[in-house]
Ligand binder design. Structure first.
Ligand SMILES: *[C@@H]1O[C@H](CO)[C@@H](O)[C@H](O)[C@H]1NC(C)=O
Length: 256
């Protein structure tokens, strides 16, 4: 009898101890990313750290954050964030540059998710939750149906009207040239000085290296690059350094 109660007591305390341990783990989980609110907080800090270039070279959006990224990229917040960036460009332009009017003042734009939006493609491909499939992405680009990013379209013409030459520097491949030109013209872009695409010799370079080499060539040709607008950090990195860079939001994919 006495031996039995000792056993029962031992068993009970074992149960309590393990329940407490479980409870602790559960608590931590809830604190870290259990509740809905903390998932939202977790995903928003993932997103903002992508924009800050602290999180680099991600191949897919974390599974649990796909919904959050989808909500952001289709929200009025995304539009407001893009518009704010473009307004900052205009503010910079109003006082920055002693434009010489000698045809050597230059500005650089990215194409995808800067001039044109790829959101219609990513709507069908999990908002960055699937690994980027180059062949289906290029097939979509060949349809030439990407819409313009409204605020950038407006800025594009404002810069052009100041007599600044516009260079479009894209990591799209050279084989997409005619589709890209059709798409750009169809949505209202025209009058750029040059559209730079990745030729065969550029395909094995990092995007950052290829884009820096384009800038180097332009500087050598005597252009003064007053600024770059892009959605990827690889559009700004490397030498020569642009005078100013303006990053548009994009947390669906990362091109290095
Ligand atoms: C990529 O897309 C192509 C064309 O849509 C498809 O045939 C192929 O299976 C896809 N590849 C992967 C790895 O999903």
């Amino acid at each position: 009898m006495a031996r039995n109660s000792v056993l029962i007591l031992a068993f009970t305390s074992l149960c309590i101890a393990s329940a407490l341990a479980d409870w602790n783990i559960l608590n931590q989980r809830i604190r870290r990313h259990g509740a809905k609110d903390s998932l939202k907080t977790y995903c928003e800090s993932w997103r903002i750290n992508v924009e800050l270039n602290n999180i680099r070279e991600f191949e897919v959006v974390p599974q649990e954050c796909i919904d959050h990224i989808k909500k952001y990229m289709t929200s009025s917040q995304y539009k407001a964030d893009s518009q704010r960036a473009i307004e900052e460009v205009k503010l910079y332009l109003s006082g920055c540059c002693s434009l010489a009017g000698d045809g050597k003042d230059a500005w650089i734009f990215d194409v995808d998710d800067t001039l044109l939006s790829t959101i219609p493609y990513f709507k069908k491909h999990g908002f960055g939750g699937e690994r980027l499939n180059a062949s289906s992405w290029e097939a979509w680009m060949k349809e030439s149906k990407a819409p313009a990013l409204e605020h950038t379209l407006n800025l594009f013409h404002e810069i052009k009207n100041r007599g600044v030459k516009i260079f479009l520097v894209s990591s799209r491949r050279e084989t997409l040239r005619s589709y890209t030109v059709d798409n750009l013209i169809h949505v209202g872009y025209h009058g750029w000085a040059s559209l730079e695409l990745r030729g065969l010799e550029d395909e094995y370079k990092k995007v950052q290296q290829y884009k820096a080499q384009v800038r180097k060539r332009l500087v050598k040709e005597g252009y003064r690059i007053w600024g770059v607008v892009g959605d990827q950090w690889s559009s700004f990195e490397g030498l020569p350094k642009p005078k100013r860079t303006f990053k548009l939001p994009n947390s669906m994919y990362y091109l290095s």
